[in-house]
Design a protein. Structure first.
Length: 574
């Protein structure tokens, strides 16, 4: 690609590279070894969430170098920078998990600030761990400069006693160990083999769910989400992403041309079809918010309600991300959904082509066993269900993939923190048939809306995963299985009904009709609300306090700023 088609007078980087007034700015670029020609090319930010916090992120720097090579090959000038991640698997089960959702906002904000401060013209974003994927995509839509998203890839499956295992098996092993069903030696042996390589958690947990979303929404190159992190083919996808962002700059295709209501519906369809993480219903509204599009939990749930569940993936199914990639990946999944009328084919993507054009030539492989055709789904409706009722006027969400029991009624057993609930579960201070309630863990009340994998996995490990239900105004890991309802709103800290519950109140969950109710009259709820007193948290300064002051409801994505609707000037147009 020749450099001549790029007119710097219309690109943000003109503010730091063009004209005599910018001589001081150019001197900095000479100091970093850039040539005069490179300074006058388009500048592309290559952002990665590389760190040594977890295997999700350790391969991202390698892939970033490949993306930079692609930018350079296409006559652009890449400028690499890193941002943070908080890794859920290590933050899980203690106060550190309060940092997880907050990190999504910090990631998006820090990328915005880096891009704004240095006037970059495009963005290639590489992400690995759960919140870094939506955070990266949010920044792309917010900035609206030509962008390509790139997933860092999943971890290879571990092997334990002849079976593929993931980190969720280790979390569940803790519960098995506490109930005497697993020896200390087996638990140790399992932890040593469950995570054998770089890459994000291998099942259809949050990272792989949002990686599939990146393709379905059109922000990532087709098939780029599938190859495991150690595969050298990831570097080829990264290099292609670098070249493609230059093509998008030339064509003038921006993220808000790609992220539309239709493409968000495509993304929600893929979440449901794969039995993906309930966190998809938090992150899709947040991405929509950046574009000024109304697309909340209930909109997502409407898509879930009519989408067939067709990918047999862990935690509810048999297979891991590598298996799906080997079987044909997201393009093959989308092909059968498109042929069945569940996907909008006219959405533009980062290829410069539509979804329908990208799927030309893709055929569904009837011999593989990971993905079913829509004509013969695992179940006729999606693997994730939205709920609403007098206990959740602002909604709630449950993953039903792999579950036989879709209705549950039982007495509430209330806990005002995850620690209280986990201690009770560990000591078996609950009864079969209980509905365990974990509250004051919402976006404001936590603060930070923690995931509850330690508690849910312990229940499953004790053999009680299908014998009790659990509801929370917090979140669940994409690895959670069992009758577990999250995102219950309004949250307890805002005086929502979940904060008014008392032990013994009868709760009914119906994932068929999509309802979540408590057997209390409106008069009784009103009387309790009048007695209710707001609570303070231990976080009265710092980032978590700041998040609690700004964050909105889970129903709308737990976002912290007014979004695209309030925007006066878009960064891309400066």
């Amino acid at each position: 690609m020749d450099a001549k088609p790029f007119d710097k007078s219309k690109l943000p980087s003109r503010h730091v590279t063009e004209g005599p007034d910018r001589a001081p700015h150019r001197s900095y670029y000479y100091a970093m070894g850039l040539t005069e020609e490179e300074i006058h090319r388009p500048f592309v930010g290559v952002a990665s969430c590389w760190n040594e916090a977890a295997p999700c992120n350790i391969s991202l720097m390698r892939q970033a170098q490949a993306a930079k090579a692609g930018v350079q090959e296409a006559k652009g000038t890449p400028r690499e920078f890193c941002t943070i991640t908080v890794t859920d698997g290590i933050a899980m089960g203690h106060q550190g998990m309060k940092s997880s959702l907050v990190s999504r906002e910090v990631i998006a904000d820090s990328i915005e600030l880096t891009m704004r401060g240095h006037c970059y013209d495009g963005l290639v974003g590489l992400a690995g761990c759960d919140k870094s994927l939506p955070g990266m995509m949010m920044s792309m839509v917010r900035l609206n400069v030509p962008s390509v998203f790139m997933y860092g890839g999943s971890i290879l499956p571990g092997r334990f006693k002849g079976k593929d295992v993931t980190v969720v098996d280790v979390f569940e092993g803790v519960g098995q160990h506490s109930s005497g069903k697993m020896s200390s030696k087996d638990l140790h042996d399992l932890e040593c083999v469950a995570c054998p390589s770089a890459g994000s958690c291998g099942g259809q947990f949050t990272a792989n769910t949002m990686a599939c979303v990146s393709e379905a929404m059109g922000l990532a190159l087709p098939s780029s989400s599938g190859a495991p992190a150690p595969y050298e083919s990831r570097d080829q996808y990264a290099e292609a992403s670098g070249r493609q962002v230059m093509e998008l700059i030339q064509l003038g295709i921006r993220p808000r041309d790609i992220v539309t209501l239709k493409s968000l519906e495509n993304a929600a369809t893929v979440v449901a079809a794969t039995g993906g993480s309930t966190n998809g219903a938090l992150h899709l509204p947040a991405i929509a918010h950046e574009a000024g599009i109304e697309f909340d939990l209930f909109d997502v749930a409407e898509i879930f309600k009519k989408t067939p569940y067709i990918a047999d993936l862990k935690p509810g199914g048999k297979y891991v991300a590598k298996d799906m990639y080997d079987a044909g990946g997201v393009p093959m999944l989308m092909k059968t959904l498109y042929d069945g009328g569940f996907i909008h084919g006219d959405c533009i993507t980062v290829t410069g082509k539509t979804i329908a054009e990208n799927l030309e030539g893709v055929t569904f492989d009837e011999t593989q066993k990971v993905m079913y055709p829509v004509s013969n789904p695992i179940t006729p409706t999606g693997g994730v269900v939205g709920l609403k009722g007098n206990l959740a006027p602002d909604g709630g969400i449950v993953k039903v993939a792999g579950m036989d029991m879709l209705k549950f009624t039982g007495p509430a057993r209330c806990f005002d923190s995850e620690e209280e609930a986990f201690a009770a579960v560990s000591n078996k201070e609950y009864e079969e048939g209980d509905v365990i309630v974990i509250r004051y863990e919402g976006p404001k009340g936590g603060p930070g809306m923690r995931e509850m994998l330690s508690t849910t996995a312990a229940l499953y490990g004790q053999g009680m995963g299908e014998k009790v239900a659990l509801i929370t105004d917090g979140r669940f890991s994409g690895g959670t299985r069992g009758f577990c309802i999250g995102h219950v709103g309004p949250e307890a800290a805002e005086g929502g009904p979940i904060g008014l519950l008392e032990n013994g109140d009868m709760i009914t969950i119906d994932a068929v009709d999509g309802t979540l109710d408590v057997d209390l009259s409106e008069d009784e709820l009103k009387a309790r609300r009048e007695k209710w007193q707001p609570r303070t948290t231990d976080y009265q300064s710092g980032t978590l306090w700041k998040f609690a002051q700004q964050v909105g409801p889970a129903r709308k994505g737990a976002v912290t700023h007014p979004g695209g609707k309030a925007e006066v000037v878009c960064y891309a147009d400066i």
